[in-house]
Design a protein around this ligand. Structure first.
Ligand code: HEC
Ligand code: HEC
Length: 370
């Protein structure tokens, strides 16, 4: 779990620093540092140039001019800062762990006071360049920054109020210079907090996977099994009806029957879904049990799979497709029994493994503004 140092420990470090360096002349916002020296929390979080997008990533920073190196630096602290939650225990990174492509190895997430949600935390990869601006499994948020405000006030995630998040961050003197650096003045509001977090998320890229190198002409990048898997994926199995483009997602919503429990005779069929998915947002019957196509990049890093984490392994996902999804009244017409031959599931898995990329790897900052 990527959690910041407990407040007591970082505060203690800052105090020791202040004593050793006798920094009585330091401005209040830079408490803990020698005059002129950067505060200790800046050491492993300098302003960095925006990353060069890796091969195959849809990233294009020219298209998102609001993403600046200064906002990214500020957002990196905020993303990992548990002080944004009601009881100071949960940060964005508690569920979006850097070691797991900013997803986690749990079927559903755990928020403050150990409360369990009902959906799997998706990865955050190439997130600022979606096919359509729809975030969450049901697409209910329309931008990354809007999305970021959700979990802070979700009672079972970070359980806070926006007023309290703003008050908490504004009370940390050490944050002020970075708001000024990123936004022109030290004012703190929820939109700035969300935008800085979104800017950091925008720099979590994924590309230069073996499949990308193969697409760029390096025939040796894929093993024979992965090549057979790729042919199936774009051919007979037609996975690319939905997993397409650089993110391997069409950004649309489909019913695969995941979470279908069947329904009792006489009861409304929609009660057969534990989670109605996109239907909850649109109230359109066609969207019953439909969820956003997830990216397949780095899927080896984040089992279990699906919106409810119900497939424990990639093999179980492939077996679901082999069966033609879970039969239910709203099953997507694009899902049909493929009838994989011997070894073909292994080939598809080999191709999934060839989608492991780079550009998102990071770790929690070691120290936070005080
Ligand atoms: C308690 C666990 C938890 C915390 C804390 C949390 N998230 Fe999430 N996140 C989730 C889950 C679960 C989903 C999927 C929820 C849904 O679709 O309804 C999600 C969805 C997302 C998505 C949408 C991804 C996509 O592909 O649509 C983004 C982006 C995201 N979270 C960013 C954040 C940020 C930023 C924070 C901190 C402000 C945060 N999350 C805090 C669990 C968490
Ligand atoms: C009709 C559109 C569609 C087709 C065709 C399709 N998928 Fe999917 N795929 C989805 C959706 C939607 C989900 C998430 C479903 C859910 O959680 O309810 C998903 C989930 C997955 C996951 C789990 C990813 C994760 O992060 O949880 C993998 C792996 C996957 N698909 C691979 C494939 C492969 C391989 C094929 C071809 C055999 C395929 N898909 C065909 C739409 C599709």
């Amino acid at each position: 779990m990527a959690r910041p140092l407990p407040p007591a420990a970082t505060a203690a470090l800052a105090c020791v620093g202040a004593l050793l360096l006798a920094c009585s002349a330091a401005p209040p916002s830079r408490a803990g540092a020698a005059p002129g020296a950067p505060p200790p929390w800046e050491r492993d979080n300098p302003v960095r140039a925006l990353p060069t997008p890796p091969l195959g990533s849809p990233a294009d920073f020219a298209a998102v001019p609001w993403v600046t190196p200064q906002k990214v630096r500020l957002g990196r602290w905020l993303f990992f800062d548990a002080r944004l939650s009601a009881d100071g225990t949960v940060s964005c990174a508690s569920c979006h762990e850097p070691d797991h492509a900013f997803s986690e190895l749990e079927p559903v997430s755990t928020g403050i006071r150990g409360q369990k949600g009902s959906r799997k935390a998706p990865p955050i990869l190439n997130a600022a360049w979606p096919v359509y601006p729809v975030f969450f499994w049901d697409g209910r948020a329309a931008s990354l920054a809007e999305q970021a405000k959700g979990p802070m006030v979700n009672p079972i995630e970070m359980g806070n109020t926006h007023e309290n998040v703003v008050a908490t961050v504004a009370a940390v003197a050490g944050y002020r210079p970075y708001f000024a650096e990123a936004f022109g003045d030290p004012g703190v509001d929820i939109d700035r907090i969300a935008e800085a977090i979104a800017a950091y998320e925008a720099t979590r890229l994924s590309g230069n996977a073996a499949a990308d190198r193969f697409d760029a002409g390096d025939a040796s990048a894929l093993s024979p099994a992965a090549r057979r898997g790729r042919e199936l994926f774009f051919g007979r199995a037609a996975c690319n009806q939905c997993h397409l483009g650089p993110g391997y997602s069409d950004g649309k919503f489909h019913n695969l029957g995941v979470g279908w429990k069947g329904h009792a005779r006489g009861s409304p069929p929609e009660l057969g879904f534990a989670d109605p998915g996109r239907f909850k947002v649109t109230r359109n019957p066609e969207d019953m049990g439909a969820f956003k196509t997830p990216t397949l990049r780095d899927c080896t890093k984040r089992a279990p799979f699906m919106h409810d984490g119900s497939s424990r392994t990639l093999r179980e996902v492939m077996e679901l497709y082999f069966r033609g999804g879970e039969e239910n009244p709203w099953l997507s017409e694009k899902i049909r029994r493929v009838g994989f031959g011997r070894g073909e599931i292994d080939d598809l898995i080999a191709f999934m493994e060839a989608l492991d990329g780079e550009g998102w790897q990071d770790e929690a900052p070691r120290a936070f503004p005080r």
